[in-house]
Design a protein around this ligand. Structure first.
Ligand code: ZN
Ligand code: ZN
Length: 95
């Protein structure tokens, strides 16, 4: 079940723009919400608080997080780096 607070958080994460594009200097590209444990075992329901914004390319594209992750390896970051960026953005310590 998704609480109202979780929904607000998901909206906020989605509105930030792709976290990987931001890292590699592409600026703010429209993003979808990625749950960082998605696809790691069906019983493990991803938590709505552990989410990062990713553009369709970096999310579902061939080289994105659900593909072969080439973009992530090239950028030398993982989901947790981007989760940290996302939290920092929400709390205003980074622009
Ligand atoms: Zn992106
Ligand atoms: Zn995803």
């Amino acid at each position: 079940m998704t609480s109202a607070a979780e929904k607000r958080h998901l909206d906020r994460v989605g509105s930030l723009g792709c976290a990987l594009c931001r890292r590699i200097g592409y600026g703010e590209t429209p993003a979808e919400v990625h749950h960082i444990r998605e696809g790691q075992g069906a019983a493990q329901r991803a938590q709505n608080w552990l989410t990062i914004p990713l553009c369709p390319t970096h999310h579902r594209g061939d080289h994105g997080i659900h593909g072969d992750r080439k973009s992530f390896r090239n950028a030398a970051v993982d989901e947790l780096d981007l989760l940290s960026d996302t939290i920092a953005l929400i709390y205003g310590s980074k622009k």
